[in-house]
Design a binder for this molecule. Structure first.
Ligand SMILES: Cc1cc2nc3c(=O)[nH]c(=O)nc-3n(C[C@H](O)[C@H](O)[C@H](O)COP(=O)(O)O)c2cc1C
Length: 175
């Protein structure tokens, strides 16, 4: 069984986060990992996918929209392709049994009514995915990043814990 990580990123920080998570999942030895940009993401989840991780930057306390991507481009961000996770979720075929975990990047100071990960989890539930969990938010220090000190280490530890939890969920009784 495998993990599929689908990422939207304007400045590269969420991609770096996804890479760290993917590396830690692969290092756990429990699953094959494929990480792809959302522009290349299939609308049908491959049959061998046990875990689907969605990673996006928080824009206006939510998943990016076309107008926020335009603002990101004005700040020098380069989204590859015109589509993002919001559009992908609207088009994806539901896979009720796939475990979905959402993560995001955001400024961590101050009150946040919502984040990209929270929005993505809500939309995936509405899209027909039955096992959806909001994961974690990882901090960036400015619009273009970089990620806050220690966040990639925290991401790897978070992913290792996630892999261990999945193993215990899928282990046969008595083993
Ligand atoms: C248009 C725009 C809106 C943003 N809105 C928020 C926000 O509401 N809350 C927040 O914490 N960060 C916000 N940010 C900062 C992004 O979260 C940050 O740019 C992102 O985490 C960087 O990740 P990336 O390199 O993958 O694009 C915003 C950034 C942009 C460009």
């Amino acid at each position: 069984m495998g993990a599929l990580i689908i990422t939207e990123s304007c400045f590269g920080n969420t991609t770096a986060l996804a890479d760290a998570i993917g590396q830690a999942l692969a290092d756990s030895g429990s699953m094959a990992v494929q990480a792809i940009a959302v522009k290349d993401a299939p609308e049908t989840i491959p049959d061998d996918t046990e875990l689907l991780i969605l990673a996006a930057p928080t824009h206006d306390y939510s998943l990016p929209r076309e107008r926020t991507r335009t603002r990101a481009r004005r700040r020098g961000g380069l989204l590859a392709g015109d589509t993002g996770l919001r559009e992908w979720i609207a088009a994806v075929q539901p896979a009720a049994n796939v475990k979905v975990v959402t993560v995001d990047t955001a400024f961590k100071a101050g009150f946040m009514p919502s984040t990209a990960a929270k929005t993505a989890a809500r939309l995936m539930g509405r899209a027909g995915f039955n096992h959806v969990r909001r994961g974690a938010t990882f901090g960036v220090s400015d619009y273009a990043g970089p990620l806050d000190d220690g966040e990639l280490i925290r991401a790897r530890a978070w992913a290792a814990t996630l892999a261990a939890g999945l193993r215990s969920l899928t282990r046969a009784p008595g083993r």
